[in-house]
Design a protein around this ligand. Structure first.
Ligand SMILES: [Mg+2]
Length: 120
């Protein structure tokens, strides 16, 4: 699959990218939600892995913009954040995110989640 990784931490993008590459996926990177939206619209992705806390446009704002875009709202989103908070999880899922994972993550869990959100 081709996956878009949206995270402001270049280290985290590298870690996620290694996990995706190890599972046989290709990926592209975006450093915030605004750049992520632009890249998601100009390329074809099977899934988006989305951080929450980012400058310019955070993950919640990204989800809000995505929900207004019929084409983009079909692309599954896995939220991957350090913020292990029920209220945030509920908000993200309510805005259309397909799954919510907390960092640090296990690469097997990311790969399984990816497979399941793309299937459903
Ligand atoms: Mg961040």
């Amino acid at each position: 699959m081709n996956v878009l990784v949206v995270d402001d931490s270049s280290t985290m993008r590298k870690i996620i990218g290694l996990a995706l590459g190890g599972a046989g996926h290709t990926y592209k990177e975006a450093e915030n939600g605004r750049v992520g939206l632009a890249k998601a619209r100009e390329d074809k992705f099977e899934c988006i892995v989305l951080d929450v806390n980012m400058p310019e446009m955070n993950g919640i704002e990204f989800l809000r913009e995505r929900s207004k875009d019929p084409a983009l709202s079909k692309v599954p989103v896995i939220v991957l954040t350090t913020q292990d908070e029920e209220a945030l999880k509920a908000e993200a899922l309510g805005l259309g995110a397909n799954s919510f994972l907390v960092k640090p993550f296990q690469k097997e869990v990311l790969a399984q989640t990816l497979a399941s959100v793309v299937r459903s």
